[in-house]
Design a protein around this ligand. Structure first.
Ligand code: PGA
Length: 258
């Protein structure tokens, strides 16, 4: 696999994915403790469940921590019961939205094209989509890792064309999510280099794009992961629910970039 990056030229980003966890009281305490632990040497954001977003936006007013949603509809508006549009999120000045998380691909049958359509509509409303890609254990064992992540990213590149440079990509091997089986820094870097090379073929801005690693990132493995040349931070699930753990991961950015 090729490594197309020789220097750290990008800002790091750490994003907490709360998934379907939290309560108004727990979220307020978490954000309060996170604020007290900052500021951090890089960008930080939290992606909360829909009902809490307005609370989170209020709690983070004036803070350097940004916030985002965990999903959005691929449609502008209309008869899509239960869906949330990016226009609605944009009204609250939402900054990021996760698209194509493996839990949504697996449990909600999201296709590569649907994920790409969500990324496109998010960008059209001024949100930054965080496009998640990653292989299952069976796919890795069958030697298909590279083909799978390239196929997933290729749908987004094809749909966004030159706007691809405005997305954040997150490599999240499915076998590493919530399992405590983190990809080794070398395994993760190898896939990140493949993704960056693919982006490079699509945009001259590929060297400026953030590619995050996700999958059992913890305080004790974050520094090693984030110091890889093509890893620009992390997408954090379980460890983002405890302020001390999440803050320690956010601080790991400071030790890896100038
Ligand atoms: P994890 O989840 O950190 O709990 O493995 C990561 C994710 O699903 O985004």
């Amino acid at each position: 696999m090729v490594n197309v990056t020789t220097a750290h030229t990008r800002r790091n980003l750490v994003v907490g994915n709360w998934k379907m966890n939290g309560s108004r009281a727990a979220n307020a305490a978490l954000l309060n403790d996170l604020h007290a632990a900052g500021p951090f040497n890089g960008d930080v954001a939290v992606c909360a469940p829909f009902p809490y977003l307005a609370d989170v936006a209020l709690a983070l007013q004036g803070s350097r921590v940004a916030w985002g949603a965990q999903d959005c509809s691929a449609h502008e508006s209309g008869a899509y019961t239960g869906e949330v549009s990016v226009g609605m999120l944009a009204e609250f000045a939402c900054r990021y939205v996760l698209v194509g998380h493996s839990e949504r691909r697996a449990m909600h049958a999201e296709t590569d094209q649907l994920v790409a359509d969500k990324a496109k509509i998010a960008l059209a409303h001024g949100l930054t989509p965080i496009v998640c890609v990653g292989e299952t254990l069976a796919e890795r064992e069958a030697g298909q890792t590279e083909a799978v992540v390239k196929r997933q990213l290729s749908a987004v590149i094809h749909t966004l064309a030159h706007c691809i440079s405005q997305v954040v990509v997150a490599y999240e091997p499915v076998w590493a999510i919530g399992t405590s089986k983190t990809a080794s820094p070398e395994q993760a870097q190898a896939v990140h280099a493949v993704l960056r090379a693919q982006l490079q073929a699509a945009t001259e801005k590929a060297q400026h794009m953030q590619i995050l690693y996700g999958g059992s990132v913890k305080a004790d493995n974050a520094v090693q992961l984030f110091s890889q040349p093509d890893i620009d931070g992390g997408l954090i699930g379980g460890a983002s629910l405890k302020a001390a753990d999440f803050a320690a991961i956010c601080k790991a950015m400071g030790s890896t970039r100038a």
